[in-house]
Design a protein around this ligand. Structure first.
Ligand code: 6R9
Length: 649
């Protein structure tokens, strides 16, 4: 096959000319990283500054699960992201901020300014009583203070738990309780797409919902809205800022001391508090940023459009770029406000060298045609990237042609909250690309495919994606629940890390991630557990039962399809549909709003009462021809009525 979607795109000439890693170097380094991991990592760890250089590299086991890297090393992540750049980069921008409102002034913090600001913030946290090891919940919009707050926590050894500022009070409360977080950092309000978002109000509600008692709330003034402050508990950052020094020592941390917790959805139960530690995470994000974005010591601007509430924002807005001494762009807004050319207008204005976004955004922008892109000067760009979900070849080709002018490399980076940083991705100067493939593993990564019984599948094939060995950036546990960590990732296939993703491995050794094989949805690049949405639906008094599955959605990648059985005597009508959508938004947040609510008097169940999700998925996908064996159903006629209901939608 040789049409555009199956073609191989060589390393562009100008990338080859400047790259820090060509094909031979990649192959040699990759081979060495597997053959002699100890030697390899001993050579690489100098990418970060250590207070005490570790003597031990990887020390890990998947059965029982016990993962450690660099365990006798001592360092501070904030020092690495800020202080160590002061001699050479004090006046270079560290953070460039673009507001939601295109007419509002941008803000630049140089490394020297970032240092002073982070020190002040750290001192303010200390004055509130925050100590090493304390969990601090951060619920902030995309403003420079979000990065400052994270780095301030890291500086004093507090463990940040950033919660995406689109999550509801209930969702925040659950995360405060799980982390037993005594302190919260928030803002009066956020701004997105011309709307304001009531953050302080949500935090007040969350504190009411939470069991755990919150001792202190630090509030950043952003929009200037008048928000109620609770005496003795709440204080303003700008007030505290006046009273603290701009000097704060960076706490020496053991490499295995926790750096942060980040909640993410799983296939069952409540969101999981993925825990990352200091040394391994920092080495991994620093190294992957450098190689995947082909970063020379050039002080250029990097733009990752993610929100700091997701792992992509942690690793490739804050830690990876800053640890490398890059300038990082933080954008408060959305791709289509005030118009659909906003991303491209921001590129023309701030002139980033690298641009990293999600396929869902590209699909939405692609629909608007080429003109909004073509009217802007994108000549600063030397590399494009994607993350968060599989990219369909059409979107890849559009990105390549219209944003990349057929001359920029595209890095399709596969990774997860649990992996800390990128695991499978092209290195732009080393690996020819194929549209839709994340291509080859990064140094130290050993992907493999297994079948349902856990047998390795060799050669070109499809299967469940596992990783055979550990890497420094791997999550160490789920906060407070190591048992669940072991069960979720290491029990399906003994001795292997199970990613939850399916993948194809082609004849050239390229990896093509096909998406989740478990009950996790990927909606606009955001992870959501079907169980979470179901639990919100059945929380409604008029709902007897609910089952939620994903289905293909043009823009979002996956949409949320809900089968709902109302209680006896209740009609599944438009009013109930609206109530249920509102209920899910209230429980989780707007990102979980159902796309389809399909009322049904019954769900397909086995005789033992198990809901047959496989059938529900096929029906939601409008794929009625391959429902498989339905004879084990307690009442096979349910399927016909569901199909009829689907066809009528
Ligand atoms: C970084 C991030 C992880 C899940 C992952 C997979 C999907 C991410 C992808 C991709 C195909 C890519 N995913 N990147 N699928 N190609 N380049 O997104 O973390 O929010 O934890 O989601 O996202 O299904 O398992 P997270």
């Amino acid at each position: 096959m040789s049409d555009a979607t199956t073609a191989t795109y060589p390393v562009p000439a100008h990338t080859a000319a400047r790259t820090i890693c060509d094909t031979e170097t990649y192959e040699a380094m990759y081979r060495r990283s597997l053959e002699d991991p100890d030697g390899f990592w001993r050579e690489q760890i100098g990418i970060v500054d250590w207070i005490k250089t570790p003597g031990v590299m990887g020390n890990w086991s998947y059965a029982p699960v016990d993962i450690k890297w660099f365990e006798d090393g001592v360092l501070n992540a904030c020092f690495n992201c800020v202080d160590r750049h002061l001699p050479a980069r004090a006046d270079q921008p560290a953070i460039v901020w673009e507001a939601d409102d295109p007419d509002a002034a941008s803000i630049t913090l140089t490394y020297a300014e970032l240092h002073a600001e982070v020190c002040r913030f750290a001192n303010a946290l200390k004055a509130m009583g925050v100590a090493k090891g304390d969990r601090v919940t951060i619920y902030l919009p995309m403003i420079p203070e979000a990065a400052v707050a994270m780095l301030a926590c890291a500086r004093i050894g507090a463990v940040h738990s950033v919660v995406f500022a689109g999550f509801s009070a209930e969702a925040v409360a659950g995360r405060i309780d799980d982390a037993k977080s005594d302190f919260i950092i928030t803002a009066d309000e956020g701004r997105r797409g011309g709307k304001t978002i009531p953050l302080k109000q949500t935090i007040d509600d969350a504190i009411c919902h939470a069991w755990h008692e919150v001792k202190g709330v630090l509030v950043v003034r952003h929009t200037g809205a008048d928000v109620p402050m609770t005496h003795a508990r709440d204080s303003w950052w700008h007030d505290r800022r006046e009273t603290v020094s701009a000097d704060c020592p960076a706490e020496p941390m053991n490499a295995e001391d926790p750096l942060f917790i980040l909640y993410t959805s799983g296939s069952t139960g409540k969101p999981k508090g993925v825990l990352h530690t200091t040394g391994g995470y920092l080495v991994w994000t620093t190294l992957t940023f450098k190689y995947v974005f082909d970063w020379r010591d050039e002080g250029a601007l990097h733009w990752c459009t993610a929100d700091v509430g997701w792992v992509t924002g942690h690793s490739y807005i804050v830690y990876g770029p800053l640890s490398n001494g890059a300038s990082t762009l933080m954008f408060e807004g959305v791709p289509n406000y005030p118009a659909v050319d906003r991303f491209w207008a921001v590129i023309e204005k701030h002139r980033p060298a690298t641009f990293y976004t999600a396929p869902t955004a590209l699909r939405a922008l692609m629909r608007e045609g080429d003109a909004p892109v073509l009217k802007h000067d994108l000549s600063s760009l030397r590399l494009l990237g994607t993350v968060g979900e599989p990219i369909n070849p059409e979107a890849w080709l559009w990105y390549h042609r219209v944003a990349g002018k057929e001359r920029l490399p595209i890095v399709d980076t596969w990774w997860q909250t649990e992996t800390g940083g990128i695991l499978i991705s092209p290195l732009p100067g080393a690996i020819p690309t194929k549209p839709g493939s994340a291509t080859k593993p990064f140094f130290g990564i050993e992907p493999a495919l297994v079948d349902a019984d856990g047998k390795f599948i060799e050669g070109p094939a499809s299967g469940n994606l596992v990783l055979k060995s550990s890497w420094p950036g791997q999550a160490r546990t789920l906060y407070g629940d190591h048992q669940r960590f072991a069960e979720t990732y290491f029990s399906a296939y003994k001795g292997l890390y199970f990613t939850g993703d399916g993948s194809r491995h082609d004849e050239d050794g390229y990896w093509w991630i096909t998406g989740r094989v478990d009950d996790v949805l990927n909606v606009s690049g955001h992870r959501l557990g079907t169980a979470e949405v179901e639990s919100a639906l059945v929380g409604h008094p008029k709902v007897a039962e609910a089952a939620v599955v994903g289905y293909p959605h043009d823009i979002k990648g996956q949409g949320i399809y809900c089968y709902v059985t109302p209680i006896a005597g209740v009609e599944g009508d438009a009013a109930l549909e609206a109530e249920l959508k509102a209920e899910v938004r209230r429980e989780i947040g707007p990102i979980a709003t159902p796309d389809q609510i399909h009322f049904t008097p019954a769900l397909p169940k086995t005789r033992s009462g198990k809901i047959m999700r496989r059938i529900l998925r096929k029906i939601a996908e409008n794929d009625f021809g391959s429902l498989g064996d339905t004879t084990t159903l307690a009442d096979p006629s349910v399927v016909d009525s569901l199909i009829a209901g689907r066809k009528n939608r």
